[in-house]
Design a protein around this ligand. Structure first.
Ligand code: FES
Length: 274
């Protein structure tokens, strides 16, 4: 049995702003009855400000609670302000949702973005909102590549199962699971490449770590270290003072110098004494 926060239970039992707005300026839709839950979000504007919001939803208690809290989160705010709201914000505002129910918070974000897309125009990129060029990955739940990518990015998802919990993709026939795994692989590969240091940044960082963290430690024992050269991942150093004549010099290099550089700069680094 899933654990629900008091706030989820409160919004489920006493949902706020249920209903429709006949003269709504914007209507956002997400999910579909065929997929088991759907949400229609009505927004009434006063200039750029959201004067009123109501919703109609078909789904479980978490879907009701997510929709209800979303209306409270957006009423009184400008369109620009609510553009920043993510599914994570909706779930956080509810005091959390069980992992298996996170797709309800995603449905809230999607409905809001669908409404915003109608205001800003279809060419403006907004979070989960589908575009005509977006490829459908999961045909059972009509989930696109961009929606899966956004869910991974916002929530730090690591596994196919987590993606299913957040987007429903993969939760029926399972045929799309391979494609979901490919998206996860591409996302984290891209992250890895972006986080890599340029060669110049790496050289500067190695110098800084040696100077500020390794050298002071060796000096305490009457020794020191000097950076001689860097060739790719090989860092050439010279041990000075007592360190140079120490019979444990090679051990010091591996267990102390190299391990600090591996942790602080790059796990591929090896250290050589010259
Ligand atoms: S295609 Fe995704 S679950 Fe069937």
């Amino acid at each position: 049995m899933w654990e629900y926060s008091e706030k989820v239970l409160d919004h489920y039992r006493n949902p706020r702003n249920v209903g429709k707005i006949d003269d709504a300026d914007l209507i956002g839709e997400a999910g579909s009855l065929a997929c088991g839950d759907s949400l229609k979000l009505y927004i009434k504007l006063d200039g750029e400000k959201i004067k009123d919001a109501k919703f109609l939803t078909f789904g479980c208690g978490s879907a009701v609670a997510s929709s209800s809290i979303l209306t409270e989160m957006i009423i009184g705010k400008t369109l620009d302000e609510v553009r920043q709201i993510t599914n994570k914000d909706i779930a956080d505002e509810l005091g959390g949702l069980p992992q298996e129910k996170m797709h309800c918070s995603v449905m809230g974000q999607e409905a809001l973005e669908d409404a915003l897309k109608k205001y800003y125009g279809k060419d403006v990129e907004i979070g989960f909102a589908k575009s005509s060029s977006d490829k459908v990955v999961c045909t059972c739940f009509n989930v696109t590549e961009n929606q899966i990518w956004e869910a991974i990015k916002i929530n730090g998802l690591k596994t196919v199962e987590e993606v299913t919990n957040y987007t429903k993709a993969g939760g029926a026939c399972g045929r799309c699971k391979g494609a979901i795994q490919d998206i996860l692989n591409t996302y984290y590969k891209k992250q890895e490449n972006e986080s890599k240091l340029t060669p110049t940044q790496k050289i500067l960082k190695i110098g800084k770590v040696i100077e500020q963290e390794i050298s002071p430690q060796l000096q305490k024992d009457g020794g020191d270290i000097e950076l001689v050269d860097i060739e790719g991942d090989i860092v050439k150093v010279k041990l000075i003072g007592v360190c140079s004549s120490c019979k444990n010099a090679s051990m010091t290099l591996k267990t102390f110098v190299e391990s600090i550089l591996k942790t602080k700069v790059d796990s591929n680094i090896t250290v050589e004494q010259v």
